[in-house]
Each structure stands twice: as C-alpha cells, then as structure tokens.
Design a binder for this molecule. Structure first.
Ligand SMILES: Nc1ncnc2c1ncn2[C@@H]1O[C@H](COP(=O)(O)OP(=O)(O)OP(=O)(O)O)[C@@H](O)[C@H]1O
Length: 584
C-alpha cells in the first residue's frame, strides 16, 4: 500500500469531487436500505390482519399500496443517486488518469538518453498505459465500491442491531473467518499480480520489437522461430494469469458459503424467536434481506482487495520511474545567448553501462562560425563528441566550454535550441514531409520549407511524389530511401537556423555527386555557424577550417586538409585510398 500513497496529492487535488461523490454514495445507500424495512413492514401488516390484530381490509390495502409506491420511489431515487455517484467518482478517476499519464510523460521527456538505453520501449509503454489503467481502477471503482461497502455494512448492522442484538450477533459469527481469508488471499494476490504485470511488460516489449524489426524478421525468414518465442512468452503469461485467477476464484465461493451460513443462522435463530413470539415474520424477512444486501459488498471485498493489490504493484512500477532523477539537468534558469565557440579540454568519457572509454583526453577548439570535420574509423568516438556537445551525456572528466564557459552553466534548453543536429540514422515521424521539416521550426513558411529542402538537395525528390510536401511518411505512407531520409533530416536542421550545425555522418547514403551539391549549399547556409561534419569521406572534410582524426577515442591528427596531407599518416592514406576508389 506504500506505493499508492503517491496518489494522495491527487486525492487532495480533487478532494471536493471525491467528498461530493462519497456523500452521494452515502445518501443513496441510506435511502436504498429503506427497502427491507418497507418489505418487512408490509409482511407484518398482512400478518397482523391474518392474526386479527387489524380488521379493516381497506386500511391494510391502503397501507400496502403506499408501501409499494414508497419502494418504487426509493428504488428510482437511489438509482438516480447511483448515476450521480458514478458521474462524480468515475469522472474524477479519469481526470487523475489523465494527470498521471501527463506526469509520467513529462518525466519520460526529462530523463536522459541513458534511461532510454537501459529501459525497453515496450516496458515504458506498458507503465504509461496498463499500469496507469490499474491505478485508475483504484482511484475510481475501488473508492466507489469501498464507500458503498462501508455504508452498507454500517447501515445494515445499525438496523439489524436496532431490531435484535442477539440475532445480529449470531449472524456475525462467520465474519471473523471471512476477514482472515481475505487477509491471507490478498497477500497472495499481491505477489501474483506483480508477476503478471512484469510478464505483460515482457510480452509488450517482445511484440513491439518484433513489429519494429518486421523487415529483418521477414527477410531472414525467421517468422516461425519468432512465433515460437512469442508462444513461449505468451504461454508463460497465460500460466501466470491462471495462477492469479486461481486465488481470485477462491474468494467468491468462500464468501457465498459464509453468507449462506449467515442466512441459515437467521432462519434458524429467527424461527425460534418467532415461535417464542419474540419477533414477527416480517422482521425475519427484513433481516434476511439485510444479510443478502451484504452479499454483494462482501463479495466485492475480494475484488476490491485484488484491485488495491494490483494498483499497488502498478504504482510501484510507475514510481520507480517517477522517482528517478534525470541525469542531465538544467542548472541555469536564465536564458543564455549562444555564439557557438566550442572547446573540449582534457575530455575523457566512459559510458557507464558498457564501461567503454569512448574518448580519451580530447582537446580542440572551434571558433564561432568555423567548420570542423571529425574523421576516424568506426567506433573511434566521433558520435560521442556530438552527444557530449548536445548534452545527451555529461562528462565527469575534463570540461566542455561553450563560448568559453562550462557548457553545464549555460541554459540547457538554449543550448539545445541552438543546435541543429542531423543524426547518423535519422528518424522521421509518421507525418507529412512538410511537418517533418517544420519540426525544426514550427512556424516556418512554405517558402522557408522549400528553401531548406532545396539546400538539402531533396526538393526535386519531394516534387516527384504525387502529394509533394504533403506526402505522408512512415507506417501508413511512403517509405523514403536512406539518402532521402538523410536529406529531409538535413532540411529539418537547416530550417532551424541554429548557431551550431552538426552533421553526424549524414551523407553516407548519398552518392558523391549529391554530396558535392549539398556541401556547396551548406557552405552558404552554414556561414557564421559553427559546423561539425562527421564523416568517413575526405570529400566531406577537406574544406573544413579544422580537421581532427580520431582513433580509439584519441586525437591522432589535427590540422587543415593541406597540413594533414603534408604531414602524412592516417589522413593522407585515407585520401589516397579514396582518390584511387574514385578514379576506378
Ligand atoms: N550509448 C552507448 N552506451 C555505451 N557504449 C556506447 C554508446 N554509444 C557508443 N558506445 C561505444 O563507444 C565507442 C565509440 O562510439 P561512437 O558511436 O562514438 O563511435 P563513432 O566513431 O561515432 O562510430 P561510427 O563511425 O561507427 O558511428 C564504441 O565502442 C561504442 O560501442
């Protein structure tokens, strides 16, 4: 139950709605519980007539008629109140569900890239959907049914005690047994429902990854083995659910049995009292009705307990993420003007999940408006430099200066807003091409979009599509080629007009002719912008103001194209090799 305490702030936020809902529930149950009394009274009226205590049949008929009208009125009115009760409590639970989903979503946004690397998408999705649904069942139906149950118990027992204390005590005999079984079974339910939720996450993650990588699955023809893996997880999931249901199923028969025993006690003990002339037949009927009124709330004890246990398990899973402090935080609320000078000073960086030291003692400076090219073999640490500059990770060793001040002291959002990043493997949303480009600048005009696309040399390709810029991409639409994707992504970065442009090996999927065109356009676009070009190709790097060559996380060469050619070494070898490839 500890985890659910997190929701107290929401109960407090919506306290008035809850209080009104609970008040309506109380009134509706108090009114509904007038029915047994009216039924009992009606039987007593008939009994009194049969025993000759009352003689006027017209009076008896009149009283019975009034009682019938009252029973109908009470039923209708309490029905209306039940409707109002659902309108308040269930609607409030939907509001809390909305708030909680937003809170989780915002937390997801704040958490760093490392968090996403450590957690699987399916699991993240499950916590924001399945787990929140379980929690909603707690704040809505569970609150409603618990109030119902408590009111029914209090009112029924108060009425029963008022009628006959001895009979009430006899009726209560099976209840301690009932409480004990609820206590033990609910403990088991809690354990088993936690396992069920974890298993469901596994299943969602597997399915989500399978759908994302469906092209690989199909091209390798491994549908069968994937289906077998799915069956295995799904089977396990089914077994865990059956395991849980077995305990859930034990609740109802035991409750019905205990209530049945109460009924027998009422008939037996009440019958003896009737024979002794202590009570009337109508009173026994009234008592029986109360006991049966209690069947439903007692039966729901199981459901409520299981719901609370499941919600607690789900909220604990949600809290695990909500309580995680983001690794990357903004330490400066004031806005920072960014000019674009970047300095890496003795930067060493180790990824904590793999313990790989991707960068070792890196030192370089790029002045505002300059272009720097970073070359190196795969895995040499090129992308890591960019990730540190975008503050997707923070360094512990060495310092990165932005405009001569530690980058951590600058406003994080200003830094990111002034970086136009084209990643190695660009991601485009399932939206129109236009919106994918506008992602870099929401209020961009049509002219700006076209200009950016022309600079990225993708305009002609876009115009070849029947719907042009309105072409939908992704799952339901057109699939772009790798090179087209890279160029749409370049247009997205250009349109942002940031102070720092980063191209992370983003020309790898275009031919050298298009690469030439893009580079010459970029030269115009990136005037006055600090530009990082990461590449395996000399053709992309040669015009940069500065070139650094990385090997196994270390800078092995640094200088301009001409300086590096004169110096010889890795850069010159690569240049000659690529020149040869071009000639052939
Ligand atoms: N998120 C990460 N977590 C752990 N290790 C990582 C992560 N990203 C990269 N690495 C490791 O850090 C090293 C440097 O990787 P990086 O991506 O910076 O190289 P790169 O030069 O950009 O390579 P490529 O040219 O293939 O893109 C590699 O050994 C890689 O396995």
């Amino acid at each position: 139950m500890k985890a659910l305490q997190y929701l107290n702030k929401y109960f407090y936020k919506y306290k008035w709605r809850f209080l009104i809902g609970i008040l309506i529930t109380v009134i509706s149950k108090i009114i509904a519980l007038k029915v047994p009394k009216l039924v009992g009274d009606s039987l007593n009226i008939v009994e009194d007539y049969l025993n000759g205590i009352t003689t006027n049949i017209e009076d008896v008929k009149h009283e019975l008629f009034i009682n019938i009208l009252l029973i109908m009125g009470v039923a209708l009115f309490s029905g209306f109140l039940t409707f109002l009760m659902r309108q308040t409590i269930i609607v409030t639970s939907r509001l809390i569900e909305f708030d909680l989903k937003n809170e989780i979503y915002q937390q997801y946004q704040k958490l760093s890239l490392n968090f996403y690397k450590k957690n699987r998408t399916g699991d993240l999705m499950n916590r924001i959907s399945e787990d929140v649904t379980k929690v909603r069942m707690y704040v809505g139906p569970t609150v409603m049914y618990t109030t119902n149950m408590v009111v029914l118990f209090v009112v029924c027992f108060a009425e029963m005690i008022k009628i006959d204390l001895k009979l009430t005590l006899y009726t209560l005999l099976p209840f301690p047994l009932l409480s004990l079984s609820v206590f033990f079974l609910s403990k088991i339910i809690h354990k088993r429902s936690t396992v069920v939720q974890q298993n469901l996450s596994k299943l969602t993650t597997f399915t989500q990854e399978l759908f994302s990588g469906i092209d690989v699955v199909k091209s390798y023809g491994i549908e069968k083995s994937m289906t077998m893996d799915f069956d295995e997880i799904s089977d396990d999931n089914k077994d865990k659910n059956i395991h849980l249901e077995k305990v859930n199923a034990l609740f109802y028969p035991s409750i019905i049995l205990l209530i049945g025993i109460s009924n027998i006690i009422v008939i037996y003990v009440g019958g003896l009292q009737y024979i002794n002339g202590e009570i009337q037949a109508g009173t026994i009927l009234q008592f029986l009705l109360y006991v049966n009124y209690l069947t439903w709330p007692v039966a729901i004890v199981g459901w409520v307990t299981s719901m609370i246990q499941q919600a607690d398990a789900s909220q604990a899973r949600i809290n695990e993420f909500l309580n995680q402090a983001p690794e990357i935080t903004n330490e400066n609320e004031l806005s920072t003007e960014i000019f674009g000078k970047v300095t890496f000073k003795d930067v060493t960086f180790t990824y904590d999940d793999t313990n790989i030291t991707a960068l070792k003692n890196i030192n370089f400076t790029v002045n505002s408006g300059e272009t720097i090219a970073i070359l190196g073999k795969t895995g040499s640490g090129k992308s890591t430099i960019i990730e540190l500059l975008s503050r997707l990770y923070d360094t512990k060793n060495g310092v990165i200066l932005l405009d001569d001040k530690p980058i951590k002291e600058a406003n994080l959002y200003d830094v990111r807003s002034q970086i136009g990043f084209v990643p190695q493997d660009p991601f485009l949303f399932s939206d129109t091409i236009e919106n994918n480009i506008k992602f870099g600048k929401e209020d961009a005009t049509e002219q700006e979009i076209i200009k950016a696309a022309k600079n990225a040399v993708v305009h002609d390709n876009i115009m070849d599509f029947t719907s042009g810029y309105k072409t939908i991409l992704g799952e339901r639409g057109v699939t772009l080629s790798g090179g087209q994707k890279q160029r749409v992504s370049i247009a997205r970065a250009i349109i942002k007009n940031p102070k720092i442009l980063i191209f992370d090996d983003c020309l790898s999927a275009v031919d050298t002719e298009t690469e030439e065109k893009i580079l010459s356009n970029l030269e115009k676009v990136s005037k006055n912008k600090t530009t990082f070009i990461i590449s395996h190709r000399i053709s992309s790097a040669k015009n940069a103001d500065k070139i650094i060559v990385l090997d196994a996380g270390e800078i092995i060469q640094q200088g301009t194209h001409n300086q590096l050619i004169t110096a010889g070494g890795y850069y010159k070898d690569l240049y000659e090799q690529q020149l040869l490839e071009k000639e052939n």
